[in-house]
Design a protein around this ligand. Structure first.
Ligand code: SF4
Ligand code: SF4
Length: 317
């Protein structure tokens, strides 16, 4: 057992295990119109990795056989995939609830003009990156001009009913601007609500706070500033046993752009597929072999159990 498994053993038994596959998270590729400073997947406009249609069809079958409650599409910018709309339509036709993780600015790219209406008509749920309500902080993390475009995209989505119609959820994602833990999610949500409403009349459903994982570009930056050791120590020292039950790897499964299966998006970033005897590719997907699998863990996992906990769905407690 590694240190993380020893730490969680009291709450989950020997070797952290999954409990169900409620969500199937699908990474459609690493191409993105942005190149954010904290991106754990090191996505950028020059990345060419992308899921092929054969793999997408296997994902459709997997979602059906696992009876997932949600198919969560991510990237890169998933909207840049050439078969994005076709894939979403096929998932919706099968009755799967679909969520898209959007960086917002992609909605303003040429050729994407009708995407917001497509989202609404397909009743796609949206999770949108918005690491601060202040322009300066957003631009430091995500690039010059990103704030302005993100606000324009949010306004457009609001006009369509996103963020006010309960059937069109629009959740925003905050992550810290440096090597520290997020503030309490409900408190920050109120700040966002007040400031975005006052400045722009923008509404949203919920704010999700996510801890920066010591991976990808964020890790490179930690190393460059000689802050990695202290940050890893902070994550370890902030271990909260109450987060263990809700860890996202225990409730979901991640599919990489090439069909490889991972316990979560962070293991995907590290190239650590599902292991311990469970099938590790969508071609051999069998829900009964994956539901109670033993999860592949490591030092980075302390990022999910620190403080209020962290997941793609925000704080855990
Ligand atoms: S963090 Fe998101 S928006 Fe930024 S480069 Fe990575 S995938 Fe793209
Ligand atoms: S990093 Fe992944 S495997 Fe580790 S605790 Fe978090 S969700 Fe689970």
């Amino acid at each position: 057992m590694n240190d993380f498994e020893k730490q969680t053993a009291e709450n989950s038994g020997d070797g952290l295990r999954s409990l169900k596959i409620g969500t199937l998270q699908v990474n459609l590729g690493l191409q993105c119109n942005q190149k954010c400073a904290h991106c754990h997947l090191q996505a950028s406009p020059s990345r060419e990795e992308t899921m092929d249609w054969t793999t997408m069809q296997l994902v459709l079958e997997a979602a059906k056989s696992a009876r997932c409650q949600l198919v969560d599409l991510t990237g890169g910018a998933p909207e840049l995939h050439p078969d994005f709309c076709r894939f979403v339509a096929a998932l919706r036709q099968e009755g799967h609830p679909v969520q898209v993780r959007t960086n917002l600015t992609v909605l303003l790219e040429p050729g994407m003009e009708e995407l917001p209406e497509f989202f609404r008509e397909s009743q796609v749920q949206l999770v949108a990156s918005m690491p601060c309500y202040l322009e300066e902080n957003v631009c430091v993390q995500r690039g010059k001009g990103v704030y302005e475009k993100s606000i324009a995209a949010l306004k457009r989505l609001n006009v369509l009913g996103y963020g006010s119609n309960p059937e069109l959820p629009l959740n925003l994602v905050y992550n810290p601007g440096g090597p520290f833990l997020p503030p309490p999610q409900p408190v920050l949500e109120e700040d966002y609500r007040r400031e975005l409403s006052r400045r722009f009349g923008i509404t949203f459903t919920h704010l999700l706070t996510i801890t920066n994982m010591p991976l990808g570009r964020f890790r490179v930056e930690l190393i460059r500033k000689k802050e990695e050791g202290n940050y890893l120590l902070l994550l370890r020292k902030s271990f909260n046993p109450q987060t263990v039950e809700g860890l996202m790897c225990r409730h979901q499964l991640s599919v990489g752009w090439d069909g490889t299966l991972y316990d979560c998006d962070f293991n995907l970033a590290l190239g650590l597929p599902v292991n311990h005897g469970a099938p590790d590719h969508i071609q051999s997907f069998r829900p009964e072999d994956l539901r109670m699998r033993r999860i592949v863990t490591g030092e980075h996992c302390f990022g999910c159990t620190a403080g209020s906990g962290s997941s793609c769905g925000g704080a855990l407690v």
